[in-house]
Design a protein around this ligand. Structure first.
Ligand SMILES: *Cc1c(COP(=O)(O)O)cnc(C)c1O
Length: 392
């Protein structure tokens, strides 16, 4: 099919709820993707941060092929090995909690919110979330997403959500009362523009939750599974949350989400309270197991740290040349370039030159290379960005 034929099919049969670029991607391999017209694109924002270990990682492909021939899906009426193994691997790499599996980041957050309500019970019903957050698009998670633009057209939202400015301890203290069931924040806001929580802030959330018998939920959908150079973003801080949620990189490209809660809290989720038909299915779990194994076998956490430093330095050196760069911020391979002007045009011109990056909140360029990237590939990306910045 030609690019035009594919686009015509979409125009006729696919709901137009995304602003799509006029390019049809037909293949992905490592740090590259290929379109139907034969263009090769260096992907520094693979799959909206889903392909964190690159497109079609060979270990994931092999695991999926093997599992597909054995058992694709078995419902949660029964036990299945991949789900148990994956839960163990995740638990050992976090705080020893127990997992519930679902199919996306929003569903993982949805499960976390429901569990927090079940656990705190009775009179507690409020959730505190932070301005600039992004937690998903279901009714509860879009309500949790404290950005008015995502609420337009959906009022009234779910009751009980209270929004506070991010990284503001005083506002958090003021918002707390004994009706708060949980606080949910991202350790580093992703869609919100790579805003990094301070250690004091996460510590204050921990203390306030403990004092008020509320649950501390960290949305690690974007920061989790190695993106920041550690398994989870919270591991850069002096706190341990009660619940974390994850998705994106977890499946290496296969849809999967997970919520992990401490043993005590997870005991509140008894049969009949929450479920997912596809959740924890064998195919997705096999893919996720392969992702974790690949990260360890290939030392990708170390690479994410080292490459993250390298990328940040390179981007900072561009700042000397280009006055539209205000500053660079990030942890590991979750990097934002704060511009002094809108970045959409820059991102579009980079794509024309074969580099994919992302722009969020108008003026923040998101650089999220896969953890398998090499310095050479980073250099190439930076060179293209440099050229484009010179031309605008
Ligand atoms: C992407 C994202 C979500 C939503 O995940 P979906 O899989 O699209 O439902 C939630 N939280 C954060 C932090 C995200 O980056």
């Amino acid at each position: 099919m030609t690019t035009q034929e594919t686009i015509e099919m979409f125009d006729k049969y696919v709901i137009a709820n995304y602003g799509r670029l006029p390019q049809v991607i037909v293949k992905g391999k490592g740090c590259y993707m290929y379109d139907a017209d034969g263009n090769k694109i260096l992907d520094m924002f693979p799959g909206w941060a889903v392909s964190g270990i690159g497109h079609c990682h060979p270990k994931v492909v092999e695991a999926v092929q093997t599992q597909a021939a054995e058992l694709l899906h078995i419902d949660n009426t029964f036990y299945s090995e991949p789900q148990g193994i994956l839960a163990k691997l995740l638990s050992e790499r976090a705080f020893g909690g127990k997992c519930f599996f679902c199919n996306s980041g929003a569903e993982a957050n949805e499960a976390a919110l429901k569990l927090a309500r079940l656990y705190t019970a009775k009179e507690k019903y409020k959730f505190i979330t932070a301005e600039g957050s992004f937690h998903g698009r279901t009714f509860a998670t879009v309500t949790a997403t404290a950005q008015p633009k995502y609420h337009e057209g959906f009022l009234p939202l779910l009751p009980g959500f209270v929004y506070v400015p991010f990284n503001d301890i005083k506002a958090l203290e003021d918002a707390f009362d004994d009706e708060v069931a949980a606080v949910m924040v991202e350790p580093i806001q992703g869609e919100g523009g790579i805003n990094i929580a301070s250690n004091e802030y996460l510590s204050a959330i921990r203390e306030l939750c403990d004092k008020n018998d509320a649950v501390m939920i960290l949305d690690e959908v974007q920061t989790g599974i190695g993106r920041t150079g550690k398994w989870f973003g919270y591991q850069h801080y002096d706190v341990t949350p009660d619940i974390i949620t994850m998705a994106k990189t977890l499946g290496g490209g296969v849809a999967i989400g997970a919520m992990m809660a401490t043993e005590e809290i997870s005991a509140a989720l008894v049969p009949g309270k929450h479920a997912s038909t596809f959740g924890g299915n064998s195919l997705a779990c096999a893919a996720a197991i392969a992702v974790i194994e690949a990260i360890e076998e290939e030392n990708l956490l170390d690479n994410a740290n080292e490459l993250g430093q390298y990328t940040k330095q390179k981007l900072e050196s561009l700042k000397e040349k280009h006055s539209c760069i205000d500053h660079v911020r990030g942890v590991g391979l979750m990097i934002g370039v704060q511009l002094t002007k809108p970045g959409a045009d820059i991102v579009a011109k980079c794509l024309e030159k074969g580099l994919r990056i992302n722009c969020t909140h108008d003026t923040v360029i998101r650089f999220m290379p896969p953890m398998i990237a090499t310095k050479k590939q980073i250099d190439k990306a930076i060179n293209i960005l440099d050229e484009v910045l010179s031309s605008v």
